[in-house]
Design a protein around this ligand. Structure first.
Ligand code: ACO
Length: 433
């Protein structure tokens, strides 16, 4: 990847009466950045930004978010258009390669992904090592990390072809691993992938079919699954993506890096929030309990789960698509009278008109409707984050690949402001008071 930022002026920083000039750089859109790379060498100070709220950690061409306007673009294409007109595999190609594929490019890509979905036969024995009540995310972290032991012929990160094969392997095998994690916890036999099926169809069949009877794909549910994968495919430099980049910056193999990303995603402030949003709707239970619950939020007793976002200070564009998908799924399954949906719709209406939520710029995020939808489709809440990990794998790989190919890439190594003890002399145990 060629660096593309352009100079756009200079910032002046005064420290103890001395002035330092810092270049301002401009991307194709979004805020400019102040280039502080030489600051420590010239001025002997670090910058301090826990949580990286004002720090751009890399240059990227993959995903753009305008949180104030509620815009999300993958390689320039609005998420709403991709969710309506594209499909997940085409989005994978777009994220990995930067452009939408031609028909023949897509056919070739689809062939590669379809023909990498099987797992090494020995891999199945790996699952048997987990307790039957293991959380499927615990299985995901272990199993994905173990891929590097099974496919070490694609772990040389300097080799472009190996990088491509490892990317295809992860996108292809993730649904097989996720479905096995699900089946294992349900005590049901593993179902093998079938090459005649599309990506989402295959995944649903591996999760919900049993050998004892024929499984019929429901096209509405398969389309909803595919759309959920599209909505979660990438989200620029969030915590798990930054984890993948940081792990990869040391030269670690891509399977290990994606396992690190999955570990980060597991946390309730990140991928775990959709489970919490569903629990909250269950706790509210009925529309007439909403005002009391909302008052508790305003009194800061708890937060409205599925609302608010570090970046979006407007409606999360993914939440709009997710709301529509929730309706489609519940209608198809004859669950449109589902009390949870009624509670969600009313809660959203009340919150969007309430001064507290307006002044705090709190809008529904993607997790607000995804829990209801996945639950209606038959997934237990422990699987929600697994589905997120499956979909986000392509984003992690695209970001990892971009980092490896970036000429300015260095090992990630943040600094600190040290506030501990200054140098002191060791005291032997018999002399300590
Ligand atoms: N409900 C009620 N109040 C909220 C909420 C919420 N969901 N989110 C933020 N606030 C309030 C805070 O109390 C705070 O109020 P104050 O200024 O009066 O003290 C103010 O808004 C700012 O809150 P911060 O925590 O500083 O905002 P931040 O940007 O760090 O938080 C976060 C973002 C963590 C997503 C937060 O909105 C939240 O906890 N939401 C609920 C959990 C959730 O839905 N997470 C999913 C995120 S999307 C994803 O990961 C795919």
């Amino acid at each position: 990847m060629e660096n593309k930022t352009q100079p756009n002026g200079t910032a002046r920083l005064e420290i103890a009466g001395k002035s330092y000039e810092l270049p301002i750089l401009k991307g194709s859109t979004g805020p400019d950045v102040i280039d502080i790379r030489k600051l420590y060498a010239e001025a002997g100070v670090f910058t301090y930004d826990p949580g990286f709220t004002s720090t751009a950690s890399c240059e990227s061409t993959i995903t753009y978010i305008d949180g104030d306007k509620g815009v999300l673009l993958y390689r320039g294409y609005p998420i709403e258009q991709l969710a309506e007109k594209s499909n997940f595999l085409e989005v994978c190609y777009l994220l990995l390669n930067g452009e939408l594929p031609t028909a023949s490019e897509f056919a070739e890509f689809e062939y590669h992904i379809t023909h990498h979905t099987m797992l090494h036969a020995q891999f199945d024995r790996f699952f048997a090592g987990f307790r039957s009540d293991a959380h499927p995310m615990a299985i995901m972290v272990g199993a994905v990390g173990a891929l590097s032991a099974f496919y070490h012929d694609s772990t040389n990160i300097q080799d472009l072809k190996q990088r491509e094969i490892s990317a295809h392997r992860m996108i292809a095998k993730m649904p097989t691993i996720a479905a096995r994690a699900f089946k294992y916890s349900a005590g049901q036999p593993f179902v093998y992938p079938h090459n005649s099926l599309g990506y989402a169809e295959n995944f649903l069949r591996m999760c919900f079919s049993v050998p004892a009877e024929e499984y019929k794909i429901n096209p509405v549910l398969a389309r909803a699954m595919d759309r959920i994968f599209i909505l979660h495919a990438d989200h620029e430099q969030n915590a798990s993506t930054s984890t993948v980049r940081l792990s990869g910056s040391s030269g670690a193999n891509p399977f290990a890096c994606i396992a690190a990303g999955i570990a980060c995603l597991w946390g309730p402030s990140h991928g775990g929030a959709n489970e919490e949003a569903l629990n909250m709707l269950r706790e509210i239970g009925a529309v007439d309990r909403i005002p009391e619950y909302v008052q508790g939020v305003k009194d800061k007793k708890y937060r409205l789960m599925g609302f608010g976002h570090r970046v979006y200070k407007n409606y999360d564009p993914r939440a709009k698509v997710m709301q529509q998908t929730a309706h489609e799924v519940l209608d198809e399954l004859g669950k449109h009278d589902e009390p949870l949906l009624k509670v969600a719709l009313e809660l959203e209406k009340i919150a969007l008109n309430d001064e507290y939520f307006i002044s705090h710029k709190l809008y529904p995020n993607v997790d607000f409707y995804s829990g209801i939808t996945l639950n209606a489709m038959g997934f237990p809440s422990e699987m929600f984050t697994v589905l997120f990990a499956l979909a986000r794998t392509v984003g992690w790989i695209a970001q990892w690949k971009e980092m490896i190919e970036d000429p300015s890439q260095k090992i990630g190594r943040p600094r600190q402001v040290y506030t501990g003890a200054t140098e002191r002399q060791y005291v032997s145990v018999d002399q300590r008071g």
